[in-house]
Design a protein around this ligand. Structure first.
Ligand SMILES: [Ca+2]
Ligand SMILES: [Ca+2]
Ligand SMILES: [Ca+2]
Ligand SMILES: [Ca+2]
Length: 250
């Protein structure tokens, strides 16, 4: 070290270990596979298409004490000082170990809640048969590759009875606990899901598909957070039919 006592301008250069309390005799003080200088300099990572610099503690092999050591965080491109780099409420060490489907710890997957809130329809008659009863079959179509077990798809006719329009009572309205809702699942980035279902008039032998709905959504940056209302209406068979639902993205 130079003596600055008589200098007008003096810059003192110290070995890396002296200024960082790292081991002067080791290039990788914490033995996590990353050299001290590399940990201090850090590296650029890209999260949700935005790049930023992250560094780790050269004296701690696991700067944030999850199950990913700093060397592993470097390989995965995750932030060694956080547990959930992309902020999608699933920690990095969980995402990197998931398969079927694989998760990306650098892209924000979304938690989706679909909820049918109300179905209404007016007195109507599709086929002039004597016994006109109404059924609905609301469904949710999750990404086919997402093995959540939450799929509720009205592929086969499994409608629930909601009313009889023979009595001339006017509109019939059902609210609250519609079958299968609300349902929550995680949709992966860039995957699609759909709000799907049908409202049917049935006379015991003939089905009249009065109102069908199939609203696809794509998970991505454009899919805003928060709750949006979904409304589908039809005016077939002499009446008006409406289906209301909410889609919440967290
Ligand atoms: Ca190290
Ligand atoms: Ca860690
Ligand atoms: Ca995450
Ligand atoms: Ca993710």
């Amino acid at each position: 070290m130079r003596d600055c006592a008589l200098a007008i301008v003096c810059t003192v250069y110290q070995p890396l270990g002296a200024s960082t309390n790292t081991n002067l005799n080791e290039r990788d003080t914490d033995f996590d596979g990353l050299l001290d200088k590399s940990e201090i300099d850090g590296v650029s990572i890209t999260v949700e298409l935005v790049s930023r610099q992250v560094s780790s503690d050269p004296r701690d092999s696991n700067s944030y004490d999850d199950s990913l050591y700093d060397g592993a965080e470097r390989i995965y491109g995750t932030d060694p000082t956080q547990e959930d780099t992309d902020g999608d409420q699933t920690n990095d060490d969980v995402e990197v170990n998931m398969s079927a489907p694989a998760r990306n710890p650098l892209r924000k997957d979304r938690r989706i809640t679909l909820d049918y809130t109300e179905i209404t329809f007016e007195e109507s008659d599709c086929d002039a048969a004597a016994d006109e009863e109404w059924y609905y079959s609301p469904g949710y179509l999750n990404p086919a590759t997402f093995a959540s077990g939450n799929e509720i798809v009205p592929a086969a006719w499994t409608g629930s009875y909601i009313g009889d329009t023979d009595d001339g009572a006017g509109s019939i309205k059902t609210t609250g606990s519609l079958a299968g809702d609300p349902v929550t699942f995680v949709a992966l980035f860039d995957q699609q899901f759909a709000l799907k279902g049908e409202l049917v008039e049935y006379d015991g032998t003939t089905r009249e598909d009065v109102l069908l709905w199939d609203e696809p959504y794509t998970v991505g940056i454009a899919l805003g957070m928060g709750t949006t209302n979904y409304e589908k209406s039809g005016s077939l068979c002499g009446g008006t039919q409406k289906v209301y639902a909410t889609v919440t993205v967290d």
